[in-house]
Design a protein around this ligand. Structure first.
Ligand code: ADP
Ligand code: ASP
Ligand code: MG
Length: 465
């Protein structure tokens, strides 16, 4: 079971989570828990680190104080026995002392590397298991807080590390199996791992979902349950579309596609470890535990409708490489994407007109500057010789993706999407459809996004599934 930050926002919520876990443990059996940081904590830690690096002492000390108050307050409000509370407060205090030392050193240096940022972010997750374990013990079950850096081994891509599953699957059971055997509930940090050398890494923002399936994979879990603040994976982001409905079943591919295209409810790589071992993933609402939620699995019997959901991504830029000299010249696309791969720029969407005058693609807005610079350098000669006319970029764009496995071979889905957008006077900047036909993606102006999602959601009657 994994609980997200929204489920662990304060002492009352931590107590409710402890009750869900303890009830399950008593009624059904063994459970391993993965927790992320309390809500807002990771953003605040990043803020602390960046303010320290910018030599803004007032700012980082302010954020530090907010964080300390939040955790100490939650610990006190759990209303534990005197001894349990004292030992919990001591653990929290030790973490904050260590964090302060690291932040002070960043302040002196005036800079923060991604490696250090991962270390700092890890405190959010490391502070949470002691709180939940204490709440569980208070309910009379045995629990043990632990850091996943002991057994989730990753590569050294700090900020967005990939787990090394065989190594992790070797290490993790050695630590966890004896606890389960002794009826102790392990409460493990989400989001973090460590390189083979023992340096702490993070799995990318929202990575605790990914941690849950990594743990499920390594321990051969029967199921992975991801508890969050909504009723499951929904037909659209419920903050944008109030009619969004809970989807009962999704395939691994559909869930991967939705999360990749911005459905924040799941980290994009969450389904990978689960699909490797065909472990079903349930998405459930912490605040409505009896509601069944969504199941993501290999079994797709009984699912209805070609289109399952609409996902969206904001804060993007559309970059275009244009020129008649690209016509029929092999290797231009390869050169574009190789140059970007070398600089670790992630390309999220590609579209090339058949006239070959133009290759357009989408990158995160934060990467736009770097992308155009890299390309201008890579195509310096072609630009001088007018083989490439220009490299342009357009901000304020967004992607809207229509996703569903059963769209395959069903005619008219693209037509319906584009007519719905056209009828609402939303112009489409670019279009792409993967050959898997699992997804049709359109690039539109960001200002049209909300209207576009509502329009397409309605066109496919997703509010009444
Ligand atoms: P947690 O703290 O549990 O990890 P997150 O905030 O990361 O929770 O993810 C849950 C949020 O994802 C929901 O509150 C919802 O606003 C958002 N969300 C975006 N798209 C979807 C979707 N298609 N289905 C469900 N939730 C979505
Ligand atoms: N706490 C981390 C984040 O905010 C991981 C997570 O929430 O899953 O990104
Ligand atoms: Mg999340």
């Amino acid at each position: 079971m994994k609980f997200g930050g929204t489920s662990l926002g304060d002492s009352q919520k931590i107590k409710s989570v402890a009750k869900i876990v303890a009830d399950y443990f008593r009624a059904k059996g063994d459970v391993v828990v993965v927790v992320s940081a309390m809500s807002t904590v990771t953003d605040n830690l990043i803020n602390c680190a960046k303010s320290a690096a910018a030599k803004n002492k007032i700012q980082y000390e302010k954020h530090f104080e907010i964080l300390e108050k939040l955790h100490v307050g939650a610990a006190c409000n759990l209303k534990l026995s005197k001894n349990s509370q004292a030992s919990l407060l001591q653990t929290i205090d030790e973490h904050f002392r260590e964090l302060k030392e690291i932040l002070d050193s960043i302040y002196v240096l005036g800079e923060v590397s991604q490696r250090k940022l991962d270390l700092i972010c890890s405190f959010g997750e490391r502070l949470c298991p002691p709180l939940l374990a204490a709440a569980l013990k208070d309910l009379g079950v045995k629990a043990q807080a632990m850091a996943a850096s002991q057994f989730i081994v990753t590569d050294d891509h700090f900020g967005n590390a990939d787990p090394l599953l065989p190594q992790s699957a070797k290490k993790m059971p050695l630590v966890i199996a004896p606890l389960i055997k002794s009826k102790v509930i392990p409460v493990i940090t989400g989001f973090i791992g460590a390189t083979a050398k023992g340096e702490i890494t993070t799995l990318g923002r929202s990575g605790s979902d990914f941690s849950a399936t990594i743990v499920g994979y390594c321990l051969d879990a029967a199921e992975v349950w991801i508890w969050t603040d909504v009723d499951g994976v929904m037909t659209a982001d419920p903050r944008i579309v109030s009619q969004a409905q809970t989807i009962k079943r999704l395939s691994y591919d559909e869930a991967a596609e939705l999360s990749y295209f911005g459905a924040k409810v799941l980290h994009p790589r969450t389904v990978i470890p689960a699909s490797l071992k065909k472990i079903p993933i349930w998405i459930k609402n912490t605040f409505k535990p009896a509601f069944p939620g969504t199941v993501i699995s290999a079994d797709q019997n009984g699912t209805k409708g070609a289109v399952k959901a609409i996902a969206t991504i904001k804060n993007l830029s559309l970059v275009a490489v244009e020129g008649k000299g690209m016509l029929g010249v092999p290797g231009t696309a390869a050169k574009v994407f190789q140059a970007l791969a070398d600089q670790k720029v992630n390309v999220m969407f590609i579209s090339q007109a058949s006239s070959e005058h133009n290759i357009s693609f989408i990158v995160e807005r934060a990467d736009r500057e770097k992308t155009t610079q890299v390309l201008k350098k890579a195509f310096q000669l072609e630009l001088i010789n007018n083989l490439i006319d220009r490299i342009t970029s357009e901000d304020e764009v967004a992607i809207l993706a229509v996703v569903g496995e059963k769209m395959k071979g069903v005619p008219g889905i693209a037509g319906k999407t584009f007519s719905a957008l056209g009828d609402s006077k939303i112009s489409i900047v670019a279009i792409a459809q993967g050959s898997s036909e699992l997804n049709i993606s359109t690039v539109i102006k960001e200002e049209d996004l909300v209207k576009a999602v509502r329009t397409v959601h309605q066109a496919f009657h997703l509010g009444s599934i």
